[in-house]
Design a protein around this ligand. Structure first.
Ligand SMILES: Nc1ncnc2c1ncn2[C@@H]1O[C@H](COP(=O)(O)OP(=O)(O)OP(=O)(O)O)[C@@H](O)[C@H]1O
Length: 308
């Protein structure tokens, strides 16, 4: 890779000089393998007409968790509660073994959030956003940020409102990754990206997890994102967690068969999908019929009550 200092940015030279905080310093605070980076227990949030209902999960070091669910399932509400932007009605949130309440600064120094915040600063320039962000983080690494600016071709002189949607996503991912976070929490980081850029972002998340031992939690509607890189899955439906744990084990629970075959075998029909070839049914894999379900199959076979 070429010299990152040649990246086209408007970054103040003083900030550039404040380069290379020691990663070891961050990792000296690292938790043990046994301690989840993030532990959410019984999280509940009520809105009129919607309840995020008793959500419990944990994020471990070195693993990527894909957070999926249909529009309005409650993914962003969950992530905003975890970030502290929304106050839950009940439940507990702990980062690195410490309760979030009372330890927010500790948690945020070690966590990279990408929850769409850059959109609030539409008239500001990329370099200004970077400047504000670097002041907050004790372990901000200018070299890393410059490298991402170069990789993503981010122009520091541009205003947020003048960036494409994809460039905004790349900026927020770059900001999240530039302070040696041990945990990354990203809301739809690949939305609006072209396929090549999506691959770049996913590769970066995989590097963070598998080389740096960071934990990653990210929401997406793109099931191929998860097929590419997720170790674990959280599946929300109507505010309830209906699936969690290793992705392979989750998928192995399901099979897909033509509806008549499912009926003939007296298999429980968990979901239905209308196709040109006829109705297809999502069934438990131990029914012994059909073919293994893909994640896309599981997501697109609607619960029977939603189809009726
Ligand atoms: N501030 C709010 N006030 C009232 N209702 C809200 C608020 N924020 C979210 N909701 C509601 O909570 C529900 C879940 O929304 P949320 O944005 O968490 O879903 P999501 O899974 O992230 O959806 P999408 O995939 O479309 O982004 C929706 O019914 C939404 O209207």
């Amino acid at each position: 890779m070429s010299d990152p200092t040649t990246t086209k940015t408007c970054l103040p030279s003083k900030a550039v000089a404040e380069t290379a905080q020691s990663k070891a310093a961050v990792q000296s605070n690292a938790t043990t393998e046994a301690t989840p980076l993030l532990e959410v227990r019984h999280l509940t949030k009520h809105y009129p007409g919607f309840t995020l209902d008793d959500i419990t999960f944990a994020i471990a070091p070195g693993r990527i968790t894909g957070f999926i669910g249909r529009n309005g399932a409650g993914k962003s509400t969950t992530l905003k509660c975890v970030e502290g932007a929304v106050h839950p009605d009940s439940g507990t949130i702990a980062y690195f073994g410490r309760p979030f309440a009372g330890n927010e600064h500790f948690a945020k120094q070690r966590t990279g959030f990408e929850l769409g915040g850059a959109d609030f600063y539409r008239t500001r320039r990329v370099a200004t956003i970077a400047d504000v962000t670097r002041r907050f983080y004790d372990h901000w690494d200018e070299t890393v940020f410059a490298r991402y600016c170069q990789l993503f071709q981010l122009d520091g002189c541009k205003r947020i409102m003048d960036l494409s949607q994809g460039m905004r996503v790349k900026l927020t991912v770059a900001l999240a990754l530039s302070h040696h976070a041990q945990l990354l929490i990203l809301d739809e980081p690949t939305s609006g990206l072209d396929p090549a850029s999506r691959e770049e972002v996913l590769d970066i998340l995989m590097d963070a997890a598998h080389r740096e031992n960071a934990g990653v939690l990210f929401s997406t509607h793109i099931t191929s994102d998860l097929d590419k890189c997720a170790d674990d899955i959280l599946y929300l439906r109507d505010g309830k967690l209906v699936g969690s744990g290793p992705l392979a084990a989750f998928k192995a629970r399901y099979a897909v068969a033509p509806l008549p075959e499912a009926r003939a075998a007296d298999a429980p029909v968990l979901g239905l999908r209308r196709t040109a070839a006829g109705d297809s049914a999502l069934v438990p894999s131990d029914a012994g019929i059909g073919h293994p379900a893909t994640l896309e199959d599981i997501m697109t076979h609607l619960p029977k009550e939603d189809v009726a």
